[in-house]
Design a protein. Sequence first.
Length: 310
Amino acid sequence: MKWDVMSQVGALLKSKSPSNPLANFNVQALIGTAQTADDWHTYARAFHKTGVLDGGKPVYDGYLIKEGGGPGAVNRCGGQIAQDDPRRQFRNVGVPVVFVVTQNYVPRLSSIRREDSDQAGDQFRLYEIPGASHLNQFPYRYMPAAKDQSITGSPALGMEWPYNYECDQHEPMSDFPEIYLVNAMFYNLDEWIRKGTPPPRASRIELINSGTPRASFVDDANGNSTGGLRTPFVDVAAAKYVPSMTGANRQCGDIGYKVPFSMGKMEALYGNYQNYESKVLEGIDRLVADRWMLQPDADKLKAEVRSAGK
């Protein structure tokens, strides 16, 4: 079964076997992670405690799981567990778990929200990111050029319409820089695993009718969601971030976009670009100080902000 494969691959990466591609490295910890994370949801809950090495230590020392639909069936004959089943929550996994949820997944996963914990064996953080979407521009920036993709015989994936799915909003995909937040989450999780340093905590995105199919966001005066892991991209906003497009294809619900503010609104909010820039730079510095962003990523973002004002 694939669950055995996940354990076996992890065990191999920690071994001194000559077939281990990391055999020449000092592997101190192994993190189970994925973006579309249904399998990791299931593995962490149902198989982590059976995936052990000689001596009883776990194969995986922690998990960073981004969204997904929650735990699934453990075999093809099994069914999905109910939405209100307590087994859908991450509890007592045995190692630190960081669960990252972008805004468009928050309502559908609000039924498995739980409190953060530093208790041994039940170490857990939930990070909900207002303004962020499951799909944004960042992965597509590193794809081969459309010409090179076409040479392989595969249809080119465009920047705006991933997977060739047409959605109703003809807006560019969101450029919300959640990748920089996730980079820091990996760093903090590694510190938690190897040094016992707990990562920071964040509030939950504010919802009306949380945990129900009617869950909806509470927006601020600029149309961005309140609560959650706060960043200057929504607190010193230059745009309204819309977490989901609409369209006949279900994939549209994973794609976010933004509606930039008019010059008139920006002047009403900040007076001039220098004031706006100063507030954003201060916000980025706070992210670093509060351990939500690594300094190299902050420097990159600050350079982009300063460049945009020239």
